[in-house]
Design a binder for this molecule. Structure first.
Ligand code: NIG
Ligand code: FE
Length: 404
């Protein structure tokens, strides 16, 4: 058995109950046993018996080591782009105006349906590689630009296959209830029946890890969302929700009632929604890229989330309409500057709390028994990861104990 030790490093363990901010350990040691972390702590406390069994030594040369980053909310498998809508918005059109006029999600649906699996893979892989280049080791990818069985299947299969082209772990989410496709125009409830038909079929093919809905006045109501959640629950699938992004629809209460892993966006979250999320352990996923790109002025109620001790995650929301962004490090900066998170909250948002938002208990912090997914950075202090925007100080990524 090979025990490998990483030494000469500072560790940001991000353990929730750590005595120091970020769970910082100076002059730390990370011992890896195969695919798992075997021991984490200061060199001075490394047990002699363990030290004697170490066979491989890696000198981190003063690097900071954090858990592998987790991007817990993306729509990165899509065709085409929406730069022309960006231009329209700069000339005064709103995101909702464009969606109501048949653009928005519908225009990406056209481009995604037109692309075959090979083309969709070719268009999406660079986005996933860009995330990897910044130390991302786990990515959630949603469907939702197919909106018909064959196309939703194609997106989810491409998402699964992308995991084999890169070292990252991919988690898939079925977002059939993202928009009403053109062939169901004016018949949203008929389309909802189609969503309820697709879900068990795609689940039976092993393509679905969780279920999401876009609950919003331009998308699906809470009553419609409830039907999708009931279907997910019947299959034993976890749910999450695009909630209170453009208005307060009350989706967060509904999602919490279903034990949702997360509610995402949340600019319009009410005190009642926040209380419901707290009561059911639902994570708040903040998406500063969408806030920035749609030039929102309404801030997600961070003080309310803190008051309720709701875990806060941060993600790119990588998608062509509201956040064409492939930099999770930039989201750290924006989470601090635009949404007023602390640098420690921001880093917890892309590690520990992002893992919670995906229901993954085996990663997100550096602790014995968890997956050996971690990143070496050329910075002295973890605040620098949020501070220097546009920089990428990643030195090396380790996934399941292997340098990648
Ligand atoms: O997370 N809010 C819904 N879905 C995406 C945007 C979809 C699009 O505009 O293509 C989001 O912001
Ligand atoms: Fe989204």
């Amino acid at each position: 058995m090979t025990l490998a030790a990483w030494t000469h490093c500072r560790l940001a363990t991000m353990q929730a109950d750590a005595a120091t901010p970020y769970g910082l350990v100076d002059d730390g040691v990370l011992v890896v046993d195969g695919q798992q972390i075997a021991w984490v702590g200061p060199l001075s406390e490394l047990p002699g018996a363990l030290q004697a069994r170490i066979t491989v030594r890696h000198d981190a040369q003063g690097a900071l080591i954090t858990p592998g980053l987790i991007d817990c909310h993306t729509h990165l498998v899509y065709g085409g782009d929406r730069a022309h809508e960006f231009e329209q918005r700069l000339h005064g059109a709103s995101y909702e105006d464009i969606a109501r006029a048949g653009g928005g999600i519908a225009s990406t649906v056209r481009a995604t349906r037109a692309a075959d699996a090979a083309s969709l893979t070719a268009q999406s892989l660079p986005r996933l590689k860009a995330l990897c280049a910044e130390g991302v080791t786990t990515v959630e990818i949603k469907s939702g630009y197919g909106l018909a069985l064959e196309h939703e299947r194609k997106i989810l299969k491409v998402a699964r296959a992308l995991a084999h082209s890169t070292p990252v772990d991919v988690v898939t989410t079925f977002l059939g209830a993202h928009a009403v496709p053109p062939e169901f125009a004016g018949r949203p409830d008929d389309y909802l029946q189609e969503v309820l038909r697709m879900l068990p079929l795609l689940h039976a093919e092993g393509l679905v890890d969780a279920v999401d809905v876009f609950c919003e006045r331009i998308a699906f109501s809470t009553a419609q969302t409830r039907k999708v959640f009931e279907a997910a629950q019947a299959l034993g699938l976890a749910v999450k929700l695009h909630a209170e992004q453009l208005s307060d629809s009350g989706g967060s209460q509904l999602a919490a009632e279903f034990g949702a892993l997360s509610c995402d966006h949340l600019e319009w979250l009410s005190p009642e929604g926040s209380a419901a999320m707290a009561a059911h352990g639902t994570v708040a996923v903040l998406l500063p890229g969408a806030f920035y790109f749609l030039r929102e002025t309404r801030h997600p109620p961070v003080a309310l989330l803190r008051g309720h001790k709701i875990p806060i995650a941060v993600s790119t929301d990588c998608n062509p309409g509201s956040s064409p962004c492939t930099s999770l490090l930039l989201m750290l900066s924006m989470a601090c500057t635009l949404l007023q998170l602390t640098t420690e909250e921001a880093l917890a948002g892309v590690t520990r709390n992002a893992a919670l938002a995906l229901g993954l208990r085996d990663r997100g912090v550096l602790a014995a028994g968890l997956r050996a997914d971690f990143v070496l950075w050329d910075v002295a202090h973890p605040a620098q990861l949020s501070y220097a925007f546009g920089a990428n100080p990643r030195l090396r990524t380790v996934v399941k104990g292997q340098s990648v």
